[in-house]
Design a protein around this ligand. Sequence first.
Ligand code: AMP
Length: 221
Amino acid sequence: MKKLKLILFGPPGAGKGTFSGQIKKILPDIAHISTGDIFRENLKNETPLGLKAKSYMDKGELVPDDVTIEMVRDRLSREDVEKSGFLLDGFPRNMSQAKALSEMTQVDFLLLLEVSRDIITKRILGRFSCGECNEIYNKYTLPPKEKIEENKWVCDKCGAEIEFKQRSDDTEDTLKNRLDTYEKNAKPVIKYYKKKGKLKKVDATATLKYTEDDIKKIIEF
Ligand code: AMP
């Protein structure tokens, strides 16, 4: 099985989580490393890392680089990464993270998910996930199939009952901050990977419409 090292890059709400799921169907063993998910998991378990990250996440700001970079370095040193490659989702987010990553390893591509600000807003303010299996849904564009009552469904994947509950940082106030932060930091990172010949743009307006063959073409599998 081919081993790929990929970065998924794009604004919050570009569909990085969804796209990761589509790549995982083709490369089931690839290590999906979402820095946002790792921080949220730590926050939930009230670990020292989670407590450090909390105030930044609540405001929609980036967690300091030293904390984030060490967390990724530790995750990339594990055996599954060595064996099956990785899909980095949400890292690097700025130039110092990009440079630190280049010192750790060389990636095959940075996949830039491009989508308009309008679509992002709708996606983010409607998104939620199953508390049991983490399957991602959207109240407006992708609700679970079986509705119980307003804002309550049965999870398509695991059958658990789920209620619409926004992520605590998915509010209009923090969204503006997160999009502004993204726009400020993204440009030099995109340029950096373009110069290395590793930038690949993906139209992420309708990611769910991509077939397995479309995805294979994108990742050159
Ligand atoms: P995400 O799920 O990727 O939108 O991340 C949620 C939050 O986690 C962000 O708003 C940041 O506070 C934090 N975070 C995730 N990835 C990073 C990163 N690479 N650098 C700094 N903070 C991050």
